[in-house]
Design a binder for this molecule. Structure first.
Ligand SMILES: Cc1ncc(COP(=O)(O)O)c(C=O)c1O
Length: 440
């Protein structure tokens, strides 16, 4: 059977965030996965340098998770969580509350990062209304932010292609300036030195709108999908201070940083800055079953419980909130992270990762290299008049060479499963060096 025949009718599956016509002409099909590797339909082993889409933190086919999901589906396939409950969902919430920063001890379940973000934004608005401060309706995001694809997420998000085709979005939203400053910070190792003052942009927005109209600020503590932008040293703490000064809730979108990517359970823990709400997904279930979790502060939860004017305290939820298969996957994933000391492993591997990545400095077209935890980015100079073309070529060459990498425009983003070995790190960067040398 030809590979074109295998993708059947390319027009039936409208692929997400993919140039569909290009894919139909040049498909990349995956048929199996184990550990650090995918198997392509032509039988090649492809090193997963992106943990799928930043989600397969424990590696593929983790027996703990696979067996837990298999057991669960044969025991309780589905149960609603509107007015009913399952013991495991409560158990998972207790486990998560013990892992999120002190004080963030109530958890609302969703099915994705986008839903977690929209849930977090809605809870922020709800909180202020419950407190009789319902004039606080503005939501502040940040340029270049990625918060998924719901209307809330694209409204506070700051990536123009994700916004420009979809009308006027939510009103009352404004954006902080982004923190990317290659002129001062190129080739930083870890968080950049310069740019803490960019947090003061929040004061500018407070002066413009009056803080009494602002409900919440949402940022990715480390921005991933936009091409790995790191917070300047001190930036997140400064944002926290300004939010506190003005009674504004701080939301961290930890959809990619949650569950160990920086070597701690959350970026909040890594940076020592505690927000009021944390939105997560992806690594919660190792990507095995879709699920998100939003952790909120005790005060936010208590205020909903104590001040609600209806028996149902929050008119929000999903048919699949706390889906039994997702809960089983999440419990097993947390157990795998714990039993295999995976977050400590990331912490231990990070210096080796950083050194190997920065060895690529000086290769053709490399304009910047960034890293934190087990995350890396290689920013390439764009071809004149063809932004993104060079990154796209790198992705395709990598696939041919047995590597899955992620590109955002001309930025290569790397975020392998935590089980990657030192030898695999070396092999990954050797192959990437070769690919960079071959780029037009
Ligand atoms: C920071 C962040 N927020 C939200 C999302 C959206 O998650 P999902 O694709 O599961 O809706 C992503 C996905 O990459 C993300 O990186």
């Amino acid at each position: 059977m030809s590979r074109h025949a295998k993708i059947n009718d390319a027009s039936s599956f409208w692929m997400p965030f993919t140039p569909n016509r290009d894919f139909a002409a040049d498909p990349r099909l995956i048929v199996a996965a184990d550990g650090m590797y995918y198997t392509s339909d032509d039988g090649r082993q492809i090193l997963d340098a992106t943990a799928g889409l930043w989600c397969v933190n424990a590696g593929h086919n983790d027996p703990l998770i696979v067996e837990a999901v298999q057991r669960q589906v044969a025991t309780l396939d589905y149960a609603p969580h509107f007015n009913f409950g399952t013991p495991q969902a409560f158990e998972l919430s207790t486990r998560l509350a013990g892992l999120f920063p002190e004080g963030l001890d109530h958890v609302f379940y969703t099915n994705s990062g986008s839903e977690s973000v929209d849930t977090a934004l809605k809870i922020a608005l709800h909180y202020h209304r419950m407190r009789g401060d319902g004039a606080r309706t503005r939501l502040i995001g940040r340029e270049r932010g990625y918060h998924g694809t719901g209307f809330g997420g694209i409204s506070v998000g700051g990536i123009v292609n994700n916004r420009r085709h979809f009308g006027t979005l939510l009103n009352g939203v404004d954006h902080l300036r982004h923190t990317h400053d290659p002129a001062r910070n190129a080739f930083s190792r870890g968080c950049p030195e310069h740019g803490v003052e960019l947090a003061e942009d929040l004061e500018r927005l407070c002066a413009l709108h009056d803080p009494s109209t602002i409900a919440a600020v949402i940022v990715e503590p480390m921005a991933g999908s936009t091409g790995v932008l790191l917070p300047p040293k001190g930036y997140l703490a400064r944002l926290r201070e300004i939010c506190d000064r003005h009674g504004i809730l701080l939301i961290f979108d930890e959809v990619i940083t949650g569950y160990g990517r920086l070597g701690k359970m959350t970026a909040a823990e890594y940076f020592g800055v505690t927000p009021d709400i944390i939105a997560t997904a992806k690594g919660l279930t190792n990507g095995v079953v879709p699920m998100g979790a939003v952790a909120v502060s005790r005060e936010i939860y208590a205020s909903a419980m104590e001040r609600a004017d209806t028996p149902i305290e929050l008119f929000h939820g999903y048919t699949y909130s706390a889906h039994p298969l997702a809960v089983a996957a999440a419990l097993a994933t947390l157990e795998s992270y714990r039993a295999n000391e995976m977050f400590a492993r990331v912490e231990a591997l990070a210096p080796k990762w950083e050194n190997a990545l920065h060895e690529l400095r000086g290769r053709p077209h490399v304009a910047d290299i960034r890293n934190l935890g087990l995350v890396g980015a290689i920013e390439l100079e764009s071809r004149p008049g063809a932004p993104g073309a060079r990154g796209w070529q790198a992705m395709k060459l990598a696939w041919e060479e047995g590597l899955m990498i992620r590109v955002t425009g001309d930025i290569i983003a790397l975020s392998p499963p935590f089980i990657i070995t030192e030898a695999q790190v070396d092999g990954l960067f050797d192959r990437l060096a070769d690919i960079l040398d071959r780029l037009d």
